[in-house]
Design a protein around this ligand. Structure first.
Ligand SMILES: C[S@@+](CC[C@H](N)C(=O)[O-])C[C@H]1O[C@@H](n2cnc3c(N)ncnc32)[C@H](O)[C@@H]1O
Length: 377
């Protein structure tokens, strides 16, 4: 059996439990949610699978070492004790990111520099040459997390964050992160057998994530690369097999319609380009429609939307009437549906004028929001 490793999947605040369930479903063992992350255990093939299939996590970190780290000197020594030739050769480019800190190590930039210096000093002694630093696109991305008097060093197997699926070059105003959109669909208990509609869809993140789920399309299929592909122990055969499996497991047709609309034609055009990019343009429909004109596409289904709430788009004072209109449209035209609204402003949410049957706290970036559920009958 191949070697088992300890992994840490980083996630947005509040999505730990949803991500933990997703990791279990993908075959992870010893899954244990923590603050903004989930610990789990598995072999390399599981780590590849998670990078390819996970919809709600940002990055998969692989623990390299954990050691006491009260100050800069100890950090440097401990990093020098690690046999780095197992992980990178001088021709590989490197970047080190540090997070957290303690009394002595309270500048992440400085901590990262200590780690980098310890590695390249070791390389110079061993090989007479060193890795160059590439902060944008490194072959090996190392993460040093310092908490109290300990440091955890991990390799970032994802490279760039997994919310960057690669299907969205075009972005509307204030788009949702793809990882959050996927998690909202889970919170709404949406299933591929249910119709899905977002009347304020912007660049289409919610309908697109719904269609990827419904068609069993792996979200990582559109990415150009992952961090682990540059590693010395990269198992290209295993990765090819996983990619092939993913391509073979796609479903051809939706079981229920998925659609989005927005009043802004330019943004709708972007949504269509994005749908094209992830190969679902024939399945999802995007229409330019003013909220006041929308009609229910079927008798029943799930509406999920994030209206502007003043923090990023629009002005809170002018938005009250818009929220009232949203509630009116739900009540008058979507009988039999269940609506979910992601809202970051309590006063505006009240203007919807319907009684919420559930309120789920959610963070949209740093904005504390609520996902409000309305049963429309
Ligand atoms: C916060 S954005 C939604 C972002 C979207 N979830 C995404 O990921 O790209 C809100 C959207 O509501 C749309 N909108 C605002 N007022 C509208 C109206 N009266 N009718 C239809 N769309 C409207 C805006 O054009 C904007 O794209």
């Amino acid at each position: 059996m191949s070697k088992m490793n300890h992994y840490f999947a980083t996630v947005a605040r509040g999505l730990e439990e949803i991500a933990a369930q997703e990791l279990e479903d993908l075959g992870a063992q010893s899954v244990h949610p923590d603050f903004t992350g989930v610990h789990f255990v598995g072999d390399y093939s599981l780590m590849y699978r998670v990078n390819l299939w996970a919809r709600t996590i940002f990055r998969v970190l692989v623990t390299v070492a954990e050691f006491p780290c009260p100050d800069a000197k100890r950090l440097y020594q401990e990093v020098q004790n690690i046999p780095w030739e197992q992980y990178l050769q001088p021709h590989h480019t490197l970047a080190v990111r540090a997070t957290g800190g303690n009394r002595q190590l309270n500048h992440t930039h400085f901590s990262a520099l200590q780690v980098k210096n310890a590695i390249i000093d070791q390389q110079r002694r061993q090989f007479g040459e060193r890795s160059s630093i590439d902060t944008k696109n490194p072959d090996v991305l190392l993460n040093a997390h310092i908490h109290q008097n300990r440091c955890i060093l991990s390799l970032d197997s994802s490279g760039t964050s997994l919310h960057r699926r690669g299907y969205r070059p075009a972005m509307g105003l204030a788009p949702l992160k793809e990882t959050l959109a996927a998690a909202l669909l889970t919170m709404a208990d949406w299933q591929p057998t249910m119709a899905f509609f977002d009347p304020l869809c912007g660049s289409g993140t919610l309908p697109l994530e719904a269609s990827l789920q419904a068609l069993n399309i792996a979200p990582g299929l559109f990415r150009k690369s992952f961090g682990f592909e540059h590693w010395l122990d990269f198992d290209a055969k295993c990765w090819e097999q996983l990619l092939q499996e993913a391509k073979n497991s796609q479903i051809a047709e939706l079981q229920a319609p998925i659609s989005g609309s927005d009043r802004n034609l330019d943004i709708i055009k972007q949504a269509r380009i994005n749908a094209e990019k992830c190969g679902v343009a024939q399945q999802v429909s995007f229409n330019q429609t003013e909220l006041s004109q929308v009609e229910a596409p079927t008798d029943t289904g799930i509406i999920l939307c994030n209206p502007p709430y003043g923090e990023r788009v629009g002005n809170a004072n002018q938005l009250g009437d818009f929220y009232k209109q949203l509630g009116d449209v739900f009540k008058q035209r979507f009988k039999g549906w269940t609506a979910f609204v992601l809202c970051g402003n309590k006063e505006l949410a009240k203007r919807i004028g319907l009684k919420a049957s559930r309120r789920i706290p959610v963070y949209n970036g740093s904005i504390s929001c609520t996902l409000l559920k309305y049963e429309l009958y």
